[in-house]
Ligand binder design. Structure first.
Ligand code: GUN
Length: 297
């Protein structure tokens, strides 16, 4: 899309790229079926009835259907104990028909995300959350890449956005997004990377020098136009649920970037929704295919 009223920028269309990747995967599923090979099977563990989590999982289930994967949905009440949930995870780990699974986050506060994540078999960890898969980024024997950063790197590649030698500033150092993304930008992208986080002072001093600014914090409107260099590439990984009575489900998803005012300064920018979000799902599908190929070549 081009905004003719001011400067032009290219909108990074995550839905379109994710659609292309899904078509590539669907073709591979057809090939596997024709060759009599196992069809990928992805399982979902959803705890509680958080509306946003339900919506995200619905999108992931739909993506499975679109590419021809088998899937299993496992729902548990938010009162489930950590011990019981762990037992279910062990069962899925040992279920030979399931090639990959995810535990949708957030979990209720009485359950430790770290301990639960630790229980997931790394070769079925298609979110790429385990320590083994975090290490995959710099490993000579990679297993499954952390899904959201993998999706961001793929967006940059498919839009021919060069990262080598570029000044990349990542805002947010979470285990899911910021930290693994920073490592990927160094290892695979050969970029110079600065990681900013909640203790960073004078955030703008860093962001305004970024050739590529990648933001994964979860604070709508955090990045304003004065924080962005003219001609920058901006990747918004934020997904915050905000009440919105105009929407059928009562909420909408907001990114971290003040898109309207930042976009005119950019060469490329991702929207929210429709930018990084669909790429996380595409990465999940790619990881599930890889997990299946590893177990059933
Ligand atoms: N909650 C928000 N994003 C994610 C994600 O990518 N994976 C899982 N499992 N939970 C999430």
């Amino acid at each position: 899309m081009t905004d003719t009223s001011t400067k032009s920028y290219t909108l990074i269309d995550g839905r379109k790229i994710a659609g292309e990747i899904k078509q590539e995967i669907a073709d591979k599923v057809v090939e596997r079926r024709q060759a009599g090979k196992k069809i990928p099977h992805l399982a979902f563990i959803l705890v509680g009835d958080d509306g946003a989590s339900q919506t995200y999982v619905d999108h992931k289930v739909k993506a499975c259907k679109d590419v021809g994967y088998h899937y299993t949905m496992m729902r548990f009440a938010d009162t489930i104990s950590e011990e019981k949930l762990s037992k279910h995870i062990t069962a899925v780990n040992n279920d030979d028909d399931v090639d990959g699974f995810i535990v949708q986050l957030p979990l209720p506060s009485h359950i430790s995300v770290e301990r639960i994540t630790d229980k997931i078999r790394p070769d079925k960890d298609v979110d790429g959350f385990t320590n083994r898969n975090f290490g995959s980024i710099i490993s000579k024997v990679p297993l499954l890449m952390p899904a959201t950063p993998f999706g961001v790197m793929e967006l940059l590649r498919r839009y021919n956005i060069q990262t080598e030698g570029k000044n990349c500033v990542v805002v947010g150092a979470s285990r899911i997004a910021g930290a693994p993304l920073s490592m990927m930008l160094v290892e695979q992208g050969h970029a110079t990377v600065t990681i900013c986080h909640k203790y960073t002072q004078n955030l703008k001093d860093y962001t305004q020098h970024a050739d590529i600014l990648l933001v994964a914090v979860g604070k709508p409107g955090l990045v304003t136009a004065d924080m962005v260099k003219e001609g920058a590439v901006v990747i918004d990984i934020g997904t915050t649920k905000v009440d919105d009575p105009s929407k059928p489900n009562g909420f909408s998803i907001k990114g971290d970037v003040d898109f309207k005012n930042v976009a005119p300064k950019c060469t490329f920018i991702t929207p929210v929704p429709g930018g990084v979000g669909p790429m996380t799902i595409a990465s999940l599908l790619l990881n599930t295919l890889r997990a299946t190929e590893l177990r059933h070549p």
